[in-house]
Design a protein around this ligand. Structure first.
Ligand SMILES: Cc1cc2nc3c(=O)[nH]c(=O)nc-3n(C[C@H](O)[C@H](O)[C@H](O)COP(=O)(O)O)c2cc1C
Length: 308
């Protein structure tokens, strides 16, 4: 009998649907129990988002500053597998998910346990996952697999679609012309197949080879151009902006309003101007960086940590 714990935080229900599909093979078997633990912030983040709130959570997301969350009702239960399902906010794990990773409860739950990360995001997740890998290692957990579901829309039109979705909660085509926002229903339903792979590897005690099996089924796709955007935007520009806003105060503090609003103007400018420029540079230099790009693709598809 294996006990599976699935931790998640989902606003629109998209990640929750992914999690439930992933868990089906475990639910269908008498040899497993599945416990769902929904991470809940004490002060909820409204969904659909209001414009200002969406940008006000930027500095805390980037600088990994936790919010208060409700303790999970898990008693002293000892689990055989932890699935940590999360979404990404500003190239970092969403504030509620990260708050759990930083909690005392996480220290008890993750210690010496095999962990699988399951992401339901738009298209930029790599820096967030590097941080999560580090955090899981610090908690004493053993990352054995990673599955990433993402939007298939092209970067710029996809941003328009996801903004429409996040600000209205609607999943139809904006103006009837933009791509449907979010992860395709086919891929969401297909998560069940990943659940089957994990279950089979667990039953046959083959967890060391799990990520290889998942990759054969395309559980992770690394886009080298988006990775280069993450490295410039997420690691450098986002940090500068986050620190600039935080100097004025914490979440909701009216003294930082002017800086949050300036960032609100900068953000679409960066997407519309800097991201295409980055693309041109990426294409020009790609031929000189083929080995580097290949190494990056292989490293970020895997579950190893560079420092280990
Ligand atoms: C404030 C905020 C920032 C986001 N930033 C990113 C991001 O940097 N990269 C990404 O791939 N998706 C990003 N997303 C999309 C989410 O990862 C996720 O796909 C979406 O919010 C739906 O998740 P849900 O299941 O919680 O509704 C962001 C969403 C929000 C609300």
């Amino acid at each position: 009998m294996s006990k599976i714990l699935i931790l998640y935080y989902s606003q629109s229900g998209q990640l929750e649907e992914i999690v439930k599909n992933f868990a089906k093979p475990f639910e269908d078997s008498d040899n497993n129990t599945v416990t769902y633990a929904n991470i809940e912030p004490v002060t909820e983040y409204d969904f659909p988002w209001k414009g200002y709130d969406f940008f006000d959570c930027f500095p805390e997301s980037v600088n990994k500053i936790p919010c208060e969350i409700k303790p999970l009702d898990l008693g002293d239960e000892d689990f055989d597998l932890i699935v940590f399902a999360y979404t990404v906010w500003y190239m970092a794990p969403s504030i509620p998910s990260n708050s759990f990773l930083l909690s005392d409860q996480a220290k008890r739950i993750f210690k010496n346990k095999p962990v699988i990360t399951l992401l339901g995001i738009r298209n930029m997740w790599i820096i967030a996952q590097e941080y999560v890998k580090e955090r899981i290692a610090e908690l004493g957990g053993n990352l054995i697999g990673n599955i990433v579901l993402q939007d298939r829309a092209e970067n710029i039109s996809g941003i328009v679609s996801i903004s429409y979705f996040l600000f209205t909660g609607k999943k139809d085509r904006f103006l009837g012309i933009f791509p449907k926002p979010g992860i395709s229903q086919k891929e969401i339903d297909g998560t069940e197949e990943f659940g089957k792979i994990v279950k089979n590897e667990l039953v046959s005690n083959q967890i060391e080879g799990l990520q290889k099996k998942l990759l054969e089924q395309k559980a992770v796709k690394v886009n080298p151009y988006l990775l280069s955007v993450e490295k410039t935007a997420g690691k450098r520009m986002f940090k500068l902006w986050a620190n600039f806003i935080l100097k004025k105060g914490g979440p909701g503090d009216h003294t930082r309003k002017a800086r949050v609003n300036t960032f609100r103007w900068y953000f679409p400018f960066a997407i519309l101007l800097i991201a295409p420029l980055e693309y041109i540079f990426f294409l020009i230099f790609a031929v000189f960086r083929i080995k580097h790009i290949r190494d990056d693709k292989s490293y970020y598809s895997d579950i190893k940590l560079k420092s280990n």
